[in-house]
Design a protein around this ligand. Structure first.
Ligand code: HEC
Length: 199
């Protein structure tokens, strides 16, 4: 690099007499410039490729951490499905849970209101026991149905579902066994558990 300092470029006549030197930038400045260019390449490789700090990876890490910290929904659902049974005790306890938490939207006698009735054959989110358990646990937040998984215990969810299912079966004449399902979709047979089966 030429160290020729104070050489005039010689176009003063084109610029109202203002002249201009052609001085090279100092070595330290040029060195710093190339250093930042190389640094950017190295840092880019390290950040995106070697260290993989992509947003997708961050998100999946945060989701895993959240899953570990707040396992409530997934576990509540699994727990509810595992011990679900329609027994007289469950239905009686479920009625109390219903009166306390659900009547404001589903009506004193399940006739509906803000939320749908449970006395007909129409189900927005499935009328099998497992669907009903899922709806109660996960809610439909966009439509105003609360995710009860974080509020009621898995046992209370079982009970209130047993109550809803029993009332539905009584009102529509749909056999309880049909609601409880069979094969893969089935929840455990009520007759196999303690207490008197209802329906
Ligand atoms: C704040 C009002 C509100 C409360 C309280 C509420 N629900 Fe709901 N629920 C709704 C609404 C609204 C829907 C309909 C959601 C939709 O349109 O997808 C619904 C839907 C449901 C469904 C699905 C019905 C279908 O057709 O698939 C079930 C089951 C249910 N609720 C059970 C319960 C139970 C059990 C409780 C009490 C623990 C409860 N809800 C409390 C508003 C409520």
């Amino acid at each position: 690099m030429s160290k020729d300092t104070n050489r005039l470029l010689g176009h003063a006549d084109e610029a109202d007499g203002i002249d201009e030197y052609d001085n090279p930038l100092p070595d330290w400045w040029v060195g710093l410039f190339w250093f930042t260019v190389l640094w950017a390449v190295g840092y880019g490789l390290w950040y995106h490729v070697i260290g993989d700090r992509s947003q997708a990876r961050r998100l999946s890490e945060e989701m895993t951490a959240a899953e570990a910290r707040w396992p409530a929904q997934a576990e509540a659902l699994a727990a509810a499905a595992a011990d679900f049974a329609v027994t007289a005790e469950a239905v009686a306890a479920g009625e109390a849970v219903f009166q306390q938490n659900c009547v404001v939207c589903h009506g004193q006698n399940l006739e509906g209101g803000i939320g749908p009735t449970f006395l007909d054959d129409e189900w927005l989110h499935g009328g099998q026991a497992k669907d009903i358990l899922t709806t109660i646990t996960q809610g439909v937040p966009a439509k105003g149905m609360i995710p009860w998984g974080g509020i009621l215990s898995p046992e209370q969810i079982n009970q209130v579902a047993a109550y809803v299912i029993t009332k539905n079966s009584e009102a529509t004449g749909r056999p309880l066994g049909d609601i409880l399902g069979s094969g893969e979709d089935a929840v455990p047979d009520p007759s196999g558990s303690a207490g008197d089966p209802v329906g």
